[in-house]
Design a protein around this ligand. Structure first.
Ligand SMILES: Cc1cc2nc3c(=O)[nH]c(=O)nc-3n(C[C@H](O)[C@H](O)[C@H](O)COP(=O)(O)OP(=O)(O)OC[C@H]3O[C@@H](n4cnc5c(N)ncnc54)[C@H](O)[C@@H]3O)c2cc1C
Length: 385
C-alpha cells in the first residue's frame, strides 16, 4: 500500500512499482460494488491529494485533488458559492473514483458526474504527467473520464461547477401501478425522479427533487435522525438480518419495509438533498434499458425476485432466453449472456439433492437493491433476492 503525499511522489510510486514488476491500482474510498480497485500488486491511496487547488467562481472552474471526498468537496464549493450540477445517492466517494466509474445521479436532462469534468491530470505507467483537456486530443479526456483506473492514476481534476442552488425534495409512498403508469410524465416534469419498489407489496416510494428559489428549510435534527438513521438504516438492517435467518418471513418483512417507507418533504442545499446516509452494507447491480420499457422491466424484475431462489433463477433464465429468441435469430445476438452455460448451471443445480438446492436457495436470499437506469432515471428495487 502506497500513500503518496503529492503528484510527483505519485509518479515516483508508479515508476517504482513498474520497475519492480508490480501491477498498480489506485483506490478511492473503496465504495465500488465490484473489485475494480483491488490488486495483488501495489495499491495506491491518493487520499493525501485532496482539497481545492484553484477556483474561479466566475467561470465555475474548480481544480481539486483526485482524492477529495465528495462530502468535503460539496462544503468547500458551497463556501465559494458553487455546487456540482448533479450528484449520486451518497457523498463518500472520492472525485476520481466517482468519475472513473461513471457514477451518476438522476435527471433526464442531466449527465453523470464525469460529464462535469473539464480537465484531468493523469499519471501514466511510465511516470509521465498528462493534462487531458477539451482542446487538442479531446478523445483522450473522453477515454480517461470513465477509465476505471485502467489508463493511469488521476492526480487532479478540474470540475465545471454551477452556482450553488437549492432543491425541494418530496418523498411519497404511492401505489406502484399509478407510478408506473405516469413514469414518463414524472421523468420529464421533475428535475430528478427516482423510485423504490417492494415485491410482495403494491406500493412504491417516489423521490422527486426540483430546483427552487425558496430559502432552505431543512428538517430538524431529530426528524432527520429518526428517518435517515433509525428507519432507513437500522430498521432495514434488522429486516435484512431477519429475512436471511428466516427466509419464509421475507414476504411479510418486505411488506413491512414498504409500510415503513414514509414520505416527507424538505428544502435544502442541493448536495444535502442529493445525498443519503447509507450505513447498511449492500450490493447493487445496474441494468441500462430504454425508458419506454421501464414498466415492463420493473414488473418482470419484481416477478422474478418474488419467485425467489432457484425458481427465480430459472424464471430469469426463461426470460433471458425468451428475449433473445424474440428479438434475434439464434446465434446472431450479442447479449453478454452465455445461454448454454446458464442452462448447464441450472441443469446441474436441478440434479442436486433437495437439501443442497435449499442451501443454494438460502444463500441467494437476502434483502438487496437492484437498480434499473432508465433513460437517466434510477429505478431502485429494494427487494428480496
Ligand atoms: C451506498 C452506495 C451508494 C452508491 N450510490 C451510487 C449512485 O447513486 N450512483 C452511482 O452511479 N453509483 C453509486 N455508487 C457507486 C459508487 O459511486 C462508485 O462505485 C464509485 O466509484 C465509488 O468511488 P470510490 O472513491 O469509492 O472509488 P473506488 O471504489 O475506490 O474505485 C473505483 C474505481 O476508480 C478507480 N480510481 C479511483 N481513484 C482513482 C484515481 N485517482 N486514478 C485512477 N483511477 C482511480 C479505481 O481504480 C477503481 O477502478 C454507490 C456506492 C455505494 C457504496
Amino acid at each position: 500500500m502506497a500513500r503518496p503525499r503529492g503528484r510527483d511522489e505519485l509518479a515516483a510510486t508508479v515508476v517504482a512499482a513498474a520497475e519492480a514488476g508490480s501491477t498498480v491500482a489506485v483506490a478511492g474510498s473503496g465504495h465500488s460494488f465490484t473489485e475494480a480497485a483491488m490488486t495483488s500488486g501495489t495499491m495506491i491511496d491518493v487520499g493525501a491529494l485532496s482539497g481545492v487547488i484553484d477556483a474561479d467562481p466566475t467561470t465555475g472552474l474548480v481544480r481539486v485533488g483526485a482524492g477529495t471526498v465528495l462530502a468535503d468537496l460539496n462544503e468547500e464549493l458551497h463556501r465559494l458559492g458553487l455546487a456540482m450540477e448533479n450528484l449520486g445517492d451518497i457523498d463518500r466517494q472520492t472525485v476520481a473514483g466517482a468519475i472513473s466509474t461513471g457514477t451518476h445521479g438522476t435527471g433526464a436532462k442531466l449527465r453523470n458526474i464525469s460529464a462535469q469534468i473539464e480537465e484531468i491530470e493523469l499519471v501514466s505507467a511510465d511516470g509521465g504527467i498528462h493534462e487531458l483537456g477539451p482542446g487538442g486530443r479531446s478523445e483522450l479526456l473522453r477515454a480517461a473520464r470513465v477509465g476505471i483506473g485502467a489508463l493511469g492514476a488521476i492526480s487532479a481534476v478540474t470540475l465545471r461547477c454551477v452556482p450553488a442552488f437549492t432543491l425541494r425534495r418530496v418523498d411519497a409512498p404511492l401505489p406502484r401501478e399509478e407510478v408506473l403508469d405516469t413514469f414518463q410524465e414524472r421523468a420529464d416534469s421533475n428535475d430528478h425522479f427516482e423510485l423504490f419498489t417492494f415485491p410482495y407489496a403494491d406500493s412504491a416510494l417516489v423521490l422527486e427533487r426540483n430546483r427552487t428559489a425558496e430559502p432552505p428549510r431543512p428538517r430538524g435534527r431529530l426528524a432527520a435522525y429518526l428517518n435517515d438513521i433509525v428507519l432507513e438504516n437500522w430498521a432495514l438492517e434488522a429486516l435484512s438480518a431477519a429475512g436471511k435467518r428466516f427466509p419464509g418471513t421475507i414476504p411479510r418483512l418486505t411488506r413491512l419495509a414498504a409500510r415503513l417507507a414514509s414520505g416527507g418533504r424538505t428544502i435544502d442545499r442541493s448536495y444535502r438533498a442529493f445525498a443519503s446516509e447509507r450505513r447498511v452494507r449492500f450490493t447493487e447491480m445496474e441494468y441500462a434499458i430504454p425508458r419506454e420499457r421501464a414498466a415492463e422491466a420493473l414488473e418482470r424484475e419484481i416477478h422474478t425476485r418474488a419467485l425467489g431462489g432457484t425458481q427465480g433463477h430459472e424464471r430469469l433464465q426463461r426470460d433471458i432466453d425468451g428475449a433473445r429468441l424474440e428479438r434475434t435469430r439464434p446465434g446472431a445476438d450479442d447479449l453478454p449472456v452465455d445461454r448454454d452455460r446458464v442452462r448447464q448451471e441450472h441443469a446441474a443445480l436441478r440434479a442436486k439433492p433437495a437439501r443442497e438446492r435449499r442451501r443454494h436457495q438460502r444463500r441467494a436470499i437476502g434483502i438487496g437493491h437492484g437498480v434499473l437506469v432508465v433513460g437517466g432515471q434510477q429505478v431502485r428495487s429494494m427487494a428480496c433476492c
